[in-house]
Design a protein around this ligand. Structure first.
Ligand code: ZN
Length: 232
């Protein structure tokens, strides 16, 4: 039997069988794993406190032929402030839902792991930066998964300097004002600039952006575009 010690973040949990729970843990070294925790639903298990959604910890697992089982775990960070604020809880739920929905089991990505841990830490420290953090996280995740264009350019003429671009989901493409033939989601120059900034910079830079009306508008525009890509 193979035993493993892995650092990871709990991104999903559900009841499993009579007494057990099935956890989804995004680990640093092995990517997303499904892990069965035996006998944790009788209320007396010492492990329960360590097994809350969003917790970051060390997980000691053993592997049978088909499944991973949880032996022990210790919490490194349970993000108490993140969990005491409805806005940051909402964002954290969206983050784990998208992460779980878009990543396959057992495919490690250090970049995705680091960004997930980083976004939780920053939500914990700066709850008012909730929206920009969520947007920046989505951009980084989609980019890492290869779903996102690194360059916003016209799908017809290749122009990437047009001030304003329109996104047509059916074509999975942007068009410049000269090439756009139908009504579409438009992305303003300010939003395009923000997109590139968030794509290229760490979350520590994203939280420095001032909350103002322009940002609110860009968050809306880019949020719409990303939601189309994510398919929500
Ligand atoms: Zn064009």
């Amino acid at each position: 039997m193979r035993t493993l010690k892995l650092k990871g973040v709990i991104i999903g949990k559900k009841d499993f069988g009579e007494q057990d729970r099935l956890f989804k843990i995004f680990t640093k070294d092995e990517g997303k794993l499904e892990v069965i925790a035996k006998n944790v639903r009788n209320g007396s298990s010492k492990r329960n406190g360590h097994l809350e959604l969003f917790n970051y910890g060390d997980f000691f697992l053993y592997k049978s032929t088909n499944h991973f089982y949880l032996n022990q775990c210790t919490t490194i960070n349970e993000f108490p402030f993140l969990k005491s604020n409805l806005d940051t809880i909402g964002s954290a739920y969206l983050i784990v839902e998208i992460l779980d929905g878009l990543t396959p089991i057992g495919e490690p990505s250090r970049e995705i792991f680091d960004n997930t841990l980083d976004v939780f830490k920053r939500l914990e420290e700066k709850p008012l930066k909730n929206e920009i953090l969520l947007l920046a996280y989505k951009i980084k995740l989609l980019s890492e998964l290869g779903v996102l264009p690194h360059l916003i350019q016209c799908g017809n003429c290749g122009n990437n300097l047009a001030p304003r671009m329109s996104y047509v989901p059916e074509d999975h493409a942007f068009y410049c004002p000269s090439c756009i033939k139908k009504p579409a989601t438009t992305i303003s120059p300010t939003s395009i600039k923000l997109f590139y900034f968030l794509l290229k910079n760490p979350l520590s830079e994203a939280v420095k952006i001032k909350n103002d009306d322009a940002l609110t508008e860009s968050l809306k525009e880019l949020g719409l575009f990303l939601d189309i890509l994510i398919g929500t």
